[in-house]
Design a protein around this ligand. Structure first.
Ligand code: B4P
Length: 305
């Protein structure tokens, strides 16, 4: 099995993506993008409107039907295969991409999307983040309530910037920095983002990427999960966002707010809507209300930032 170097990996992504789009193996859905400045939050959100996705087939929820359903990642479609990342993980193109070069980091053997992430999962995602020219947003939708629809374990990675004209820092970066600097928390030490009205746990990552690997990321992830479990009896549904400079974990209480559904990208500052009705709903209520409704409020345990 040939594993490409980080430098080779991005070239493979570009080539495979081009080929797959040309052959019709992957489809990029056209979107209208607008920036929505949520003043309550001080965060500029990217709102993408993609009407065509409404027609995309969804895996059935019924258990009997699930047995009949084909796992799209085992076997995967050859045209979508980018590279082996390790002995345990491979990199695929997202068949239904909204942004170009949207990638899936998939376990070679079946593992469940409700399992905890392993060091190998995080190591594979980190390799992809290093390969992207301006970095990317890696994310894990843990459980259906957090936006997962495929049960085979997969992290996803979209390249930065999240929209044309935006910098290569994702929208929540300054909120994380604010919290870590107020707490004087060094890299890898967990802080609670108490200035957000929904539970969010985060840590900075070392600036020197050579100090980061799967084990380091895994230890950080366990710290964020541990903090979440201090606040909540369980932490089964959550969104994990990983960028080169920080990791962030948001526990979830609901998959949807009105007609709008949120996955990890929502908590990274970009929301996808699939109809005019959803678009108007998000514009009217604002991203903050959606995120707050689908997250979990803070409880009264001290340690706030
Ligand atoms: P999941 O973790 O299960 O769920 P998801 O990304 O939220 O996508 P979902 O499938 O629920 O679709 P949705 O309408 O919400 O991820 C499974 C992934 O596997 C998906 O990315 C899916 O496209 C992909 N997939 C399915 N069959 C496949 C196959 N045969 N081969 C390869 N990949 C396959 O969202 C539609 C799309 O928009 C998703 O790609 C989603 O990630 C993306 N998206 C959502 N919000 C976005 C945002 N704000 N900006 C850009 N893209 C966004």
């Amino acid at each position: 099995m040939a594993i490409p170097t980080v430098n080779e990996l991005w070239r493979k992504v570009l080539y495979t993506y081009e080929e797959a789009q040309n052959r019709g193996a992957a489809y990029q859905t056209d979107t209208n993008t607008e920036l929505l400045n949520d003043e309550n939050l001080g965060v500029e959100f990217v709102l993408r409107a993609a009407k065509a996705l409404r027609d995309k087939p969804k895996p059935p929820k019924d258990r009997d039907d699930q047995a009949e359903v084909k796992n799209p990642f085992l076997p995967y479609e050859e045209d979508l295969f980018v590279a082996h990342l390790s002995n345990t993980h491979l990199l695929l193109l997202n068949k239904f991409n909204v942004v170009a070069h949207h990638l899936l980091v998939v376990t070679r053997q079946y593992e469940s999307q409700s399992d905890l992430l392993s060091a190998a999962d995080l190591d594979a995602a980190w390799t992809v983040l290093q390969a992207m020219p301006e970095g990317g947003v890696a994310f894990y939708n843990a459980g259906e309530v957090a936006g997962a629809s495929q049960p085979h374990k997969h992290l996803q990675v979209v390249p930065l910037p999240l929209a044309e004209g935006l910098g290569s820092d994702p929208p929540f970066t300054h909120r994380v920095r604010q919290a870590t600097s107020r707490a004087r928390a060094p890299p890898l030490i967990m802080v609670e983002l108490r200035h957000l009205p929904w539970q969010t746990y985060a840590c900075d990552l070392p600036q020197d990427a050579s100090q980061v690997d799967g084990d380091v990321l895994h230890a950080a992830y366990k710290r964020l999960l541990g903090a979440c479990l201090v606040q909540n009896a369980t932490c089964d549904a959550y969104n994990l966002v990983l960028v080169r400079s920080f990791m962030m974990l948001v526990p979830r209480s609901k998959a949807m707010c009105g007609p709008a559904s949120l996955n990890s990208l929502g908590y990274a500052g970009t929301i996808l809507v699939r109809s005019q009705e959803e678009l108007e709903f998000v514009r009217e209520h604002g991203p903050m209300r959606l995120l707050q409704y689908c997250g979990i409020p803070w409880k009264t345990i001290p340690g706030s930032v």
